[in-house]
Design a protein around this ligand. Structure first.
Ligand code: MG
Length: 177
């Protein structure tokens, strides 16, 4: 079986949606929800606001209640019949996220065994046939075939094969029925 590795934030989990919700609700801003659709958050906020956002992400509980990306659960379940599914998340960036992320996977993706979950730093350590990730730097460091999952912060990249959503992942990786 080929090995297919998935990133969590902004691939399995709609982390961007949660961040935008916090910014619109709790930050002093003149921005609207649609402003975040095609521009990276880091280009829209003041450095002080970015630092505040990082602090919020570092609080225990932040990663516990993030919504699952649309069609992710059904698609990954189907993929698990054809591929060895691994999850690789750069959790070291937010050490307080470990328990939240582990529990989140158990809650929403109970069919992925603990042995296939990797909390890592650099993803260059991942040995897999495919990696689906929203961060260009993770795909650049990866030795197998990287697939870029579209997000507001990667729309300008032209260096990787791209999928817009989980429906496109299904089209790319699942046999045609
Ligand atoms: Mg990510």
């Amino acid at each position: 079986m080929l090995r297919l590795t998935l990133d969590m934030d902004d691939v399995m989990a709609d982390t961007h949606k949660k961040l935008v919700g916090i910014i619109l609700k709790d930050f002093k801003t003149t921005l609207f929800e649609k402003d975040f659709e095609a521009t990276p958050i880091r280009e829209l906020l003041h450095p002080k606001q970015l630092a505040r956002l990082r602090k919020i992400m570092d609080e225990p509980g932040f990663f516990a209640d993030i919504e699952v990306k649309q069609d992710a659960r059904e698609t990954i379940y189907k993929l698990s019949h054809y591929y060895e599914i691994y999850v690789a998340t750069a959790a070291m960036e937010f050490p307080n996220s470990f328990k939240d992320k582990f529990d989140w996977l158990k809650k929403h993706f109970d069919f992925i065994p603990w042995s296939n979950i990797v909390f890592c730093g650099h993803k260059s350590i991942i040995h897999s046939d495919y990696l689906i990730d929203d961060q260009v730097r993770n795909l650049d460091a990866f030795k197998g075939e990287g697939i870029l999952f579209s997000a507001a912060h990667n729309l300008r990249d032209r260096s990787h094969r791209r999928v817009a959503n989980w429906k496109e992942v299904a089209e790319l990786f699942l046999p045609n029925k």
